[in-house]
Design a protein around this ligand. Structure first.
Ligand code: NAD
Ligand code: UD1
Length: 349
């Protein structure tokens, strides 16, 4: 039995709640800190319902150093998984300072609190968006980073900060170094197979799958397919969709790797978490129709500003060093999205 304790920042959110389930099922003790700015505590109740286990919840903001100090004092934390952050690209263009303050400054406060508490194992939620527009559509970790929006820049800045903190500490405290995994997610979709937890976007969804499932259930009238003139086989955009449960399993693999010989001398390493395979918008619509038996009403609309034609992961480093790869299929992603949508047409409300 695993008796380690993991602090999950943003644990009430979409990915964080799925991580809590997998952590509890793997035998970890789980402590969550979340200010509920984009989530509901009901998600944590459901996590406990699914697992039959309890977790400790602190409703607090990661920008509050006293709140964090209190958590590290009360709980014997071994590792932190840092999900807390704002994530809407469009909103980050309208309110850049809010994003820098929440994501970058929030991460600084967290890192400082960890340093004070001598907790130096960290798994960080980064994003494929840090790559910007690299030379190839299959992204490899060593590609230069050039994010094209404020949200992406907050992720790249946090990555830089963590690399700097880790390097500095390796020089002064080689006996107790930072061990950090930067996990660059591709396009997480789907939900827990129970249909009890899933993605609960505020208002009209921006992302493809939540939008498609709300069209299928009749909440939204029609999907706009943003562009059918991209240089892809059917002209629509291609992305690397990854089941959220596969994604969170990658975090547990990362914790194991941080505690292995590979990280004995510390370090900060980025890993792509994706399937290594892309599907087009129309592939996703067809899969949704096939798996659910629903018809998706859609129209072709102009391209969305800032969208790339195609990108997907080279996930070989995660396989090699974390022993991780995706297990779920496209049909699993669709079926689980649909189970969540039909069981919770109004989300957690
Ligand atoms: P989410 O909004 O559902 O979850 C984020 C959680 O963090 C929410 O519960 C929110 O209340 C909390 N939070 C935000 N700021 C906070 C603060 N200052 N203090 C305490 N809690 C705070 O988002 P998600 O989809 O679960 O994403 C989790 C992480 O993964 C984010 O960092 C996001 O940028 C990153 N990410 C997500 C995706 C995606 O497609 N969902 C892709 C790449 C990376
Ligand atoms: C977006 C974010 C990215 C974030 C990711 C999380 C942008 C520019 N990028 O990526 O930073 O990490 O979400 O999952 O916002 N599409 C439609 N109609 C819709 C919605 C989407 O055709 O109503 C298309 C898009 O043009 C794209 C594909 O579906 O080709 C996927 O879109 P989306 O789910 O928004 O993800 P990304 O744009 O890849």
């Amino acid at each position: 039995m695993n008796s380690q304790t993991v602090l999950v920042t943003g644990g009430a959110g979409y990915i964080g709640s799925h991580a809590c389930v997998e952590l509890l099922q793997a035998g970890f003790n789980v402590v969550v800190v979340d200010n509920l700015c984009n989530s509901k505590s009901e998600a944590l109740a459901r996590v406990q319902q699914i697992t039959g286990k309890t977790l400790q919840f602190y409703q607090a903001d990661i920008r509050d150093p006293l709140a964090l100090a209190n958590i590290f004092e009360q709980e014997a934390i071994d590792t932190v998984i840092h999900f807390a952050g704002l994530k809407a690209v469009g909103e980050s263009c309208q309110q850049p300072l809010r994003y820098y303050e929440n994501n970058v400054y929030g991460s600084m406060v967290l890192i400082e609190a960890m340093q004070q508490a001598n907790v130096k194992q960290l798994v960080f939620s980064s994003s494929a968006t840090v790559y910007g527009e690299p030379p190839s559509v299959q992204y490899v970790e060593h590609f230069p980073l050039s994010p094209i929006n404020p949200y992406g820049r907050t992720k790249a800045m946090i990555e830089d900060m963590l690399r700097d903190v880790s390097a500095a500490d390796q020089l002064v405290k080689p006996e107790n170094p930072w061990k950090i995994a930067l996990l660059r997610y591709f396009n997480p979709i789907g939900a827990h197979a129970s249909g009890l937890i899933g993605e609960d976007p505020n208002g009209i969804p921006n992302n493809l799958m939540p939008y498609v499932s709300q069209v299928a259930i009749g909440k939204l009238a029609q999907l706009s397919v943003f562009g059918d003139d991209y240089p892809t086989p059917d002209g629509t955009g291609i992305r690397d969709y990854i089941h959220v449960v596969d994604l969170v399993k990658g975090h547990i693999k990362a914790i194991t790797a941080l505690q292995s010989d590979k990280f004995a001398a510390g370090g900060c390493q980025a890993y792509n978490l994706g399937a290594g395979k892309g599907y087009s918008v129309l592939d996703m619509v067809k899969a949704f129709e096939r798996v659910t038996g629903q018809t998706i009403n859609y129209k072709i609309a102009p391209r969305r500003a800032g969208d790339l034609a195609e990108f997907f992961a080279d996930p070989s480093l995660a396989l090699q060093e974390l022993d991780w790869q995706v297990e779920k299929t496209l049909d699993d992603m669709v079926a689980d999205t649909w189970a969540w949508q039909t069981k919770n047409p109004q989300g957690y409300q």
